[in-house]
Design a protein. Sequence first.
Length: 107
Amino acid sequence: MRDIMGLMSKAKEMQEKMQAMQAEMETMTCDGTAGGGMVTVTLTGKGAMQALKIDPSMFKEDDVEILEDLILAAHNDAKAKIEALVAEKTQEMTAGLPIPPGMKLPF
C-alpha cells in the first residue's frame, strides 16, 4: 500500500514538473544555420518558426533553388537542436523514475 502512495506522489510531482517544462519550452529558442551562416532559422521550443534571416547576397534569380534548400536545411538544423534540448530537459526531469525505455516525453 505504501508503494501505491509513493507512486501517486511521484506521479503528481511528475505532472507539476511537466507543466513547468512545457511553460519553459515556450520561452526556449534555438538557431539553425545553413550555407555557412547564409541562412539562419530560429525555432521556439514548441517548433514554431520565430525568425528567418537570409544574407542579401542570396537574392539572385538563379539561386532560388539553392536558397530554398538552405532554408530547409537551417530549419532542420534548428529542429534537431530544439529536440535535443527538450530531450535533455526531459531526461533531467525524469531522472530516477521507472519509465520504460523508448517512451517519449512530453506526450
